[in-house]
Design a protein. Structure first.
Length: 181
């Protein structure tokens, strides 16, 4: 049964602990995650916070939403937000939601959501036009990065260790070995 955008927004705002997503009009509740998943998200959040200028960027971990259309809202595991996108939301009791493309959106693989993330969410982020999209796999110790090109396509790179530099976040370096230790 399809859910309207208004119904979804009301539900997501009234039940924030429910971690509700909307995929093509269908409600989906984001399940709880494993220690390895949560630890990778937390370590990435800390690393990004330590390196980003707080006057320019903010970071979210499994909170807030990205909107692709009136029928599709998602909660990425980690994402970076330019602070100017937050200004219209300040002081208002509305769902934290971003429609503009973001510099970095990350999903961390989990047994409960791995297939959905790869088959659905990563494609939706590309259709949104996000500048860089990562899928971190804490068990395989890999990171796949999709970087948006000038023609709208995405270049894919796989990392198995070392330092990764997000293209839209100059000066940021993520040590994949430390992140997944």
């Amino acid at each position: 049964m399809a859910v309207s955008e208004a119904t979804y927004l009301q539900l997501a705002l009234e039940d924030p602990e429910g971690h509700w997503e909307l995929h093509h009009g269908c409600l989906r509740q984001k399940p709880g995650m494993s220690l390895d998943h949560n630890q990778a998200c937390h370590r990435l959040l800390i690393s990004l916070w330590q390196q980003l200028d707080a006057t320019e960027f903010d970071v979210r971990i499994s909170m807030g939403h990205v909107r692709r259309s009136s029928e599709s809202y998602y909660i990425p595991d980690v994402y970076v937000i330019p602070v100017e996108l937050q200004e219209p939301l300040r002081g208002r009791h509305v769902l934290e939601m971003y429609q503009a493309p973001l510099p970095l959106v990350v999903e961390v693989w989990s047994p409960s959501t791995g297939g959905y993330d790869v088959e659905v969410k990563l494609q939706e982020y590309q259709q949104r036009g996000d500048l860089e999209i990562w899928r971190i796999h804490p068990y395989e110790h890999t990171l796949i990065s999709w970087v948006r090109q000038a023609d709208g396509s995405y270049a894919e790179t796989q990392y198995t260790g070392g330092v990764v530099h997000p293209t839209a976040l100059p000066g940021v370096a993520i040590d994949l070995d430390k992140l997944l230790a």
